[in-house]
Write a protein that binds this ligand. Sequence first.
Ligand SMILES: Nc1nc2c(ncn2[C@@H]2O[C@H](COP(=O)(O)OP(=O)(O)OP(=O)(O)O)[C@@H](O)[C@H]2O)c(=O)[nH]1
Ligand SMILES: [Mg+2]
Length: 701
Amino acid sequence: MTAYTTADIRNLALVGHAGAGKTTLSEALLHRAGVLGHAGRVEQKDTTSDYTDEEHEHGHSLFASVLHADLDGTHLNLLDTPGAPDFLGQALGVFPAVETVAVVVNANHGIEPMTRRMMKRAADRKLCRMIVINKIDQAFTGGSVDLGDLLTNLRQTFGNRVLPVNLPAEQGTKIVDCFKNTDGESDLGPVSQWHSQIVDQVVEVDENLMELYLEQGEVKPDQLHAPFEKALREGHLVPVVFTAAAVEHDASQSVGIDELVKFIKELCPNPCEGNPRPFVRGSGDELDLDPDHEIHADHDPAHHVLAHVFNVRMDPFKGKLACFRVHQGTVNKDTQLFIDDAHEGESKKPFKVGHLFKLQGAKSEEVDAALPGDIVAVAKVDDVHFDAVLHDSHDEDNVHLRPLRMPAPMAGVAVEPRKRGDEQKIADALVKLQEEDPTFRVSRNNTTHETVIQGLGDLHLRVLLEKLQKRYNVEVETHPPKIEYRETILANAEGHHRHKKQTGGAGQFGEVYLRVEPRERGEGFEFSDDTFGGSIPKPLIPAIEKGVRQALAQGPIAGCPLQDVKVSVYDGKHHPVDSKEIAFVTAGKRAFLDAVSKAKPVLLEPMVDVEVVAPASYMGDLTADLSTRRGRVSGTDMMPGDMFALHASVPLAELTNYNSQLNAMTGGAGSYSMEFSHYEPAPRNVQDKVAAEYQPAAEED
Ligand SMILES: Nc1nc2c(ncn2[C@@H]2O[C@H](COP(=O)(O)OP(=O)(O)OP(=O)(O)O)[C@@H](O)[C@H]2O)c(=O)[nH]1
Ligand SMILES: [Mg+2]
């Protein structure tokens, strides 16, 4: 591997809608750098980046891939990411490792849902952004694509900061520079016209240069480098380049790759030129998120090590591979690193690096050291997890990256082993899948006794279940997770039970009178002893409460937990010999159920607050659809880029298949998030349906 310094490094993430050509572009760059003899094709399942079985099967990237190449002395760390919305977590996960995010746009389709989302998320994270308009070959093969219109649309949607640094020419077969070059014609008109626009934009961030420019009408290209980086950092400029990563009729041909390499080498920021990564102190809920208290790494190779783990994958040969970006200091084989997990207080005990790897898709190559700005990986360190911070001194204890706002997994299925005895195997495999995927969640629901896996969508879950089967050789049955209904009462009532058992052996006797009252939603359970005069000996009162709590677990309507009930025991009878705990547990339980049955018991259903974000053109349909799901729309907000957010309160049970429905209704342009809000009484028909499915277990006497 050619020696390089931090200033030679370029860290670039390829993001954008599915099918835009990111993987093909990464292949063309590796081919151009001489890493590959020929550029692979996604259709032929021989690309460097899409190397997993699942990706071959689905024909799309599903996981982030780490690649690298030497571009004539410039060291490019290239991160190819999936464009499918269900794999947004994989794409966002690489943001902390790069200075620049290249949003790849399919010239055929123009601005697509993930184009918008990634442009916004990269801006939120203060990353430098560029746009690659790919598949330009299709604009000149009689397609309906007009690159001029597309550029106008990009500028209208993302602002006038969007400006080309190069342009297609001669029917898209050539690319001409319009940043350093002022002459000639392009397919989008005279180069000079675009040149002055971008120079105008760049000099705006530098007053002195602006003055010089206004005086002389022109500035030298090398005077433009620093303001160009500044304009990128400040989001004042989003440069556009044009490419055809693999020309339609001759995939070995590409257009604009040399020019893209030139752009990466000359104008993409190196690690010291990008915006600093936002490190913060604290842990768990006690992170100090005050922007003034942010800690910025200094890229000094001699300083303490500060590095961040942005991707974890289970390699069939090397085991767990944790990819990290070095932000400060130098890491080599002998370095001892502490691990700080964002969710845990204490730094874990240090580990010795031992072996350091550069990744190239599925392959990995051992290297001696990693400088600030570089991206490498360690293998087989169990304690290293996604988003962990690695450091070599206690000065950096409790330093974490400002949390990445990851999308919450909305789609869920309950899983159970197809074969008895596979429970542990499944649990272990699910832990490994979670390690690799920050948007995959596994939870055990102790009320419905189900293991529920959640992901960002149906495709996400399907792919993870395929992985479970193929990689970990476990078969599972899946079904929609049970909705966690609850029960409560709407009226006051009294209950009574006399428990008497005097058939052979020790007798049992206990008699309880109690009252139940409804409490405010969410107030929970309250038990009180209002007996007097020793009707029930005080030591036996807890037994009554125990019986009541047993009954609380299984309500009379559908066996769901009862909540928001006050129970007051006000009278009873006991027997000096036969009144034992068991007798009053039973009497308490039965008296409570007797009272509840008379207190207008109802089924409570979980309500969630939903926020649906989609292009404004879908507002009517989406509002109507939510109303058919018994949703109550509480408001809408218009958002930039002709998007809107719809807020509603909806019964969870009505959203089981919402993810795929929303995708269908909005062509994948819509997304939603939901959060549990509260329980409220279910309508009669829902209650009857749930009650009908309930088979109460036989009562033991
Ligand atoms: N005509 C033409 N086809 C291209 C070009 N670039 C990519 N393709 C084709 O477009 C399809 C999608 O390309 P990918 O590289 O898989 O796209 P991607 O952005 O990685 O897609 P995801 O992995 O799903 O996010 C493939 O069939 C490519 O061969 C191009 O410049 N011109
Ligand atoms: Mg891809």
